[in-house]
Ligand binder design. Structure first.
Ligand code: HEC
Length: 197
């Protein structure tokens, strides 16, 4: 060390750590940088909930599905107005194109009560073999249209396009027997299998 005041000042800034003759300055990361880091950590769970939680209908994947279904709805002219009959429900249950509209309608309006996969939250499990208000496949469309249990299950007839009612009912029919893990215990009565289409 010399007596040069500049060098003394330089030495003050050193961390004291030395390796292979290389000395290190003691430059802590600035406060704003640390706070930025803390902010990213604090925001991460919020981001995860908003964009990736399967329990809400606004994830990026859901937004994409909605845009896709919206596009399909523009083509409703192709299928005319669907009637909620047994044949129509059976036909659209496995339709590769139109079942997407039913699935998205379900994700948008039904998962808050019936769960992302239909296993049930406040509403009943739709993936088992028992039903409270349904004896035949067409009853599903009736419950969706008119609601049940004094509005605990809301009526969707005045909020959805008639084709959406039919397509979401067909989607619900397709959930039968999937018995998704973590679903609510079955409620109601066991009913005969859906007829063959
Ligand atoms: C606010 C909560 C809520 C929402 C949202 C909701 N449901 Fe329901 N749903 C219920 C409840 C509660 C019942 C049970 C009614 C009963 O016990 O009679 C039910 C019953 C049903 C049933 C009859 C099940 C059975 O066992 O009889 C079907 C089918 C159904 N919902 C489909 C849907 C569809 C499709 C949507 C979206 C378009 C939807 N629900 C949205 C609460 C909800």
């Amino acid at each position: 060390m010399s007596n040069n005041p500049n060098e003394a000042a330089e030495a003050d800034k050193l961390s004291g750590h030395q390796y292979d003759g290389i000395q290190e300055y003691d430059n802590p990361t600035p406060g704003w940088w640390n706070w930025l880091f803390v902010a990213t950590v604090a925001l991460a769970p919020v981001y995860l909930l908003v964009f990736h939680s399967p329990y809400q209908a606004n994830t990026l994947a859901a937004q994409y599905d909605r845009a896709y279904a919206e596009n399909l709805r523009l083509q409703f002219g192709e299928i005319g107005t669907l009637e909620p009959t047994q044949e129509t429900l059976l036909e659209y249950m496995d339709d590769p194109k139109w079942s997407a509209v039913g699935a998205v309608t379900f994700k948008t309006h039904c998962i808050t009560c019936h769960g992302p996969e239909g296993g049930g939250i406040s509403g009943p499990n739709l993936t088992d073999n028992r039903y409270i208000n349904v004896k035949k496949i067409e009853d599903i469309a009736g419950v969706v249209q008119n609601g049940a249990k004094a509005g605990a299950m809301p009526a969707w007839g005045n909020r959805l396009h008639p084709n959406e009612v039919v397509l979401v009912a067909a989607y619900v029919a397709s959930l039968r027997g999937k018995n998704v893990p973590g679903g609510k215990p079955a409620e109601g009565n066991e009913i005969p299998a859906w007829p063959e289409s």
